[in-house]
Design a protein around this ligand. Structure first.
Ligand code: NDP
Ligand code: MG
Ligand code: MG
Length: 339
């Protein structure tokens, strides 16, 4: 069985007298910096001086320095810039300034697993990877709860790697929910698989496809939106609480029967998932992504532009704006830069 750690397994005193640098102040960065600070940890945020996040972080009472300065004084450096930029930040700003023996941390194993970052052997290297978006990591902590994490130690030169990892996870609020032991390889490969085959690449395309089928058959877009998008959250909430069985149990017999006989997802879907998994395992997905990023991200930008005009996005923003439950926190992403 998987090893799972909870609140009593982490000792915050391991971080006492230590400085933790959080590099980046985006989705994960703001959550880690604020949660650790509120847990009593000495935090410095490392940002480019030109970053518009400098002001956001300072408004929250955080100390902000340049990445080289923050790296130079830190005992633990958590790298929370986008994966595709981490190796350049590491090479230019972190590695030349890092203290001997300082621990290096990640929220996703990508750069270590695929060998884009290779810290020297005297540095502990660990991972605390929240299984949820950064804004939820902060929201849950503030509510006295936590988002579960997976944790791993890749290099442990002094033997204190796990103590630091669990202390960090506790300060993040994650041990309130639980930390599951993994490896950089397992986290990286399963995280990429989850997002490209089920959570995003699966669900997003399923929603858009269902919306197109209904509207092309002449049904009202507003009705189609509710059926294939809005209700999804309620089923997922039930799934989250009690698994597929609870989600099915709450639905009508008619819905359950339709679910059982549906041929939308079949063995060929599984074959395509296995193909995608192969490209993750052999590194070709990582190479494709990083090569495109290194070329200025032409393919990524083209795809972002293309997918921002999906049919459901033509009615989605208007509909959501009309809904009483959708004021405030749940506003559209671009209006909700809450950090
Ligand atoms: P974001 O895109 O939200 O982070 C952007 C931050 O990185 C900004 O503060 C940005 O500052 C900074 N940044 C970008 N380039 C540089 C640079 N060259 N030097 C210094 N800072 C820079 O990232 P995420 O939070 O989405 O991801 C961070 C890590 O967390 C990744 O490893 C990701 O895989 C992982 N993760 C993310 C999750 C999520 O919820 N998004 C979930 C679990 C793991 P600037 O204003 O200067 O651009
Ligand atoms: Mg993930
Ligand atoms: Mg991911």
């Amino acid at each position: 069985a998987a090893q799972i750690w909870y609140e009593d397994d982490g000792d915050l005193s391991v971080l006492a007298g230590k400085k933790v640098a959080i590099i980046g102040y985006g989705s994960q960065g703001h959550a880690h910096a604020l949660n650790l600070r509120d847990s009593g940890v000495d935090v410095v945020v490392g940002l480019r001086p030109t970053s518009k996040s400098v002001e956001f972080a300072k408004e929250q009472g955080l100390e902000v320095k340049s990445v080289p300065e923050a790296s130079a004084e830190a005992d633990v450096i958590m790298i929370l810039a986008p994966d595709q930029f981490q190796r350049t930040i590491w090479a230019n700003d972190i590695e030349p300034n890092i203290k001997p023996g300082a621990a290096i941390a990640f929220a996703h194993g990508f750069n270590i697993h695929y060998g884009y970052i290779k810290p020297s052997a005297d540095h502990p290297v660990f991972m605390v990877a929240p299984k949820g978006p950064g804004h939820i990591v902060r929201r849950e902590y503030a509510a006295g709860r936590g988002v579960p994490v997976v944790v791993a130690v890749e290099q442990d030169p002094r033997g204190d790697g796990w103590a630091i990892t669990l202390a960090y996870a506790k300060a993040l609020g994650a041990l309130r929910a639980g930390a599951i032991k993994t490896t950089f390889k397992e986290e990286t490969e399963t995280d990429l698989f989850g997002e490209q085959d089920v959570l995003m690449g699966g669900v997003n395309h399923l929603v858009e496809c269902g919306f197109e089928v209904l509207t092309e058959a002449g049904y009202q877009p507003e009705i189609a939106y509710f059926e294939v998008c809005h209700e999804l959250k309620m089923l997922v909430d039930l799934m989250n609480e009690g698994g597929l069985n609870k989600a099915r149990w709450s639905c009508s017999d008619t819905a359950q029967y339709g679910d059982f006989i549906s041929q939308v997802v079949d063995d060929s879907t599984k074959k395509r998932m296995e193909y995608q998994l192969g490209r993750i395992q052999d590194g070709s997905f990582a190479k494709e992504f990083i090569d495109d990023q290194d070329a200025g991200a032409p393919k990524f930008k083209e795809l972002q532009e293309k997918f921002s005009h999906e049919k459901i996005e033509e009615v989605g923003p208007k509909l959501r704006g009309m809904f009483s439950w959708n004021k405030g926190e749940a506003a559209d992403a671009d209006e909700n830069q809450s950090f």
